[in-house]
Design a protein around this ligand. Structure first.
Ligand SMILES: *Cc1c(COP(=O)(O)O)cnc(C)c1O
Length: 460
């Protein structure tokens, strides 16, 4: 038999195997959200077929994959068969995580999605945005480019856009100061805009915007809407339902609530809107393309150990987001009534200016109930001095720049996560000096409230 025939045999053999798995995954996709969290693409058949029956996704702690012969090697390295090759490109453990994330973000929607996991949330933001900023006509740096983003985004994202993209590469960054006002997005976007970026909700300011009209504006201009959905998680909102093209996550946060690892993901819907796309196949499976091409050459890959930690934690995502959101609502009500608290920022509070919009977008999946997440912030009367005193009195709640944990965590954004962006950056991001951000965990809410009550007792 000739070389071409052998190659074709290999391709057909793997295609058949792949088709069987795809059928199993399609069956799983019809089930409820909590069920998909638990099982994802790791069916009993998959366990038996590829993993000696291992009950749980094994950790493929191996740099590379070995091949039977030249045909298999060639088919794999030319991406003609599903294979993993080398752990900078792909890895089976990470593959299971990518599949379940894609399933959850496209949950019960008539679209397919794909995902690519990265070493951190920041590398997810970078790998999701960078392909839109290259010189699409090749060569010179003459192309005018801008990106439009809400100003109240995560501190690292603000720095990436403002320092790395704007200052170092000369890309114009157009900040949206009032993201809830759709006409500001409309005004700032033009024919040189490469993508539109928002957080739903933002960390730590809890800003949100009306995704549907903003997606329409983006699509009218032929550019993708990219949403960082770290704070909401797919348990509370799935941005594809509202027109987003690409979703980024810091898996470090709620998705891996244990707090053991740093990780990120980008998830794309099929056929993203991108008028300047080099070809249709790239629009069709953007995450898959990023993974196999630009990311292969840059190396922002996740480790298999990280993927295993994320998979473990993801299995309880829905119940955790439900429990933590309920507790956060109670904490917000307690803080609002406290005399030493100047203001409370929680989307679940009825007097919050964005409450009606939050009600539209944040719901516990597979229920009719609104849940507003585990993140809130409040300001302490008496400025930064008093804020430090209250913060220093915390006993059980950890002081750390972290969130989404199974344990409650507090930070002062103005002196930590948002310190580097300076006063002007903090004004844009609406981060007052006396703000404490709280990420509520799964402790008994009475213990959390008691602790906050005694910490606030430190100031008068
Ligand atoms: C933490 C965070 C990031 C960055 O994620 P890392 O995993 O820390 O790199 C991005 N976006 C949001 C909203 C975050 O909270």
């Amino acid at each position: 038999m000739g070389f071409e025939d052998e190659l074709e045999r290999v391709i057909n053999q793997t295609r058949e195997k792949q088709a069987i798995w795809e059928k199993e995954v399609a069956e799983m996709r019809k089930k409820s959200f909590a069920t998909i969290c638990v099982h994802g693409a790791y069916t009993p058949e998959e366990a038996l077929r590829n993993n000696s029956g291992a009950m749980i996704e094994p950790v493929y702690s191996s740099s590379a994959q070995a091949f039977e012969n030249a045909y298999w090697l060639e088919a794999a390295l030319s991406y003609k068969i599903p294979s993993w090759v080398y752990s900078r490109i792909a890895n089976p453990t990470i593959g299971y995580l990518e599949l379940v994330l894609a399933m959850l973000e496209s949950y019960h929607q008539p679209i397919n999605a794909s995902a690519f996991c990265t070493s951190s949330g920041m590398s997810a933001v970078k790998t999701a945005t960078e392909p839109f900023l290259v010189n699409l006509r090749g060569g010179g740096n003459g192309e005018k480019k801008n990106l439009v983003s809400m100003a109240q985004c995560y501190g690292g994202t603000f720095q990436l856009f403002n320092e790395r993209y704007r200052r170092e590469r000369g890309i114009e960054v157009r900040w949206i100061e009032d993201p809830a006002n759709a006409s500001e997005w409309e005004e700032k976007i033009d024919e040189n805009t490469r993508f539109i970026y928002g957080e739903m909700p933002s960390n730590p300011g809890l800003m949100i915007f009306d995704v549907e009209p903003v997606a329409e504006i983006a699509h009218k201009h032929g550019v993708p809407l990219i949403i960082d959905s770290t704070v909401a998680t797919p348990a509370l909102m799935r941005p594809f339902e509202h027109g987003a093209d690409i979703i980024v996550h810091s898996l470090t946060k709620s998705i891996t609530a244990s707090g053991r690892v740093i990780g990120g993901a980008l998830v794309s819907r099929e056929n993203i809107v991108w008028k300047a796309a080099p070809d249709d196949q790239i629009r069709h499976d953007f995450a898959g393309w990023v993974k196999l091409w630009p990311a292969r050459d840059a190396g922002p890959c996740m480790s298999a150990e990280t993927a295993a930690h994320s998979l473990d934690s993801l299995k309880t995502l829905r119940m955790r987001m439900d429990c933590m959101s309920r507790s956060t609502m109670e904490v917000a009500e307690f803080l609002e009534a406290h005399t030493m608290v100047e203001s409370v920022n929680y989307l679940g509070l009825e007097n919050h200016p964005l409450h009606a919009l939050a009600k539209k977008y944040l719901k516990l999946v597979d229920s009719d109930e609104n849940r507003y997440g585990h993140l809130l912030s409040f300001t302490v009367k008496g400025g930064l001095e008093n804020t430090r005193l209250v913060f220093n009195r915390l006993r059980m709640i950890f002081r750390a720049t972290d969130l989404g944990r199974i344990k409650s965590v507090a930070t002062i954004p103005s002196v930590s996560t948002h310190q580097q962006q300076g006063e002007e950056g903090r004004r844009l991001a609406k981060i007052p000096a006396n703000m404490i951000r709280l990420s509520i965990g799964a402790e008994d809410v009475r213990d959390i409230i008691n602790e906050l009550d005694s910490a606030l007792g430190a100031v008068h």
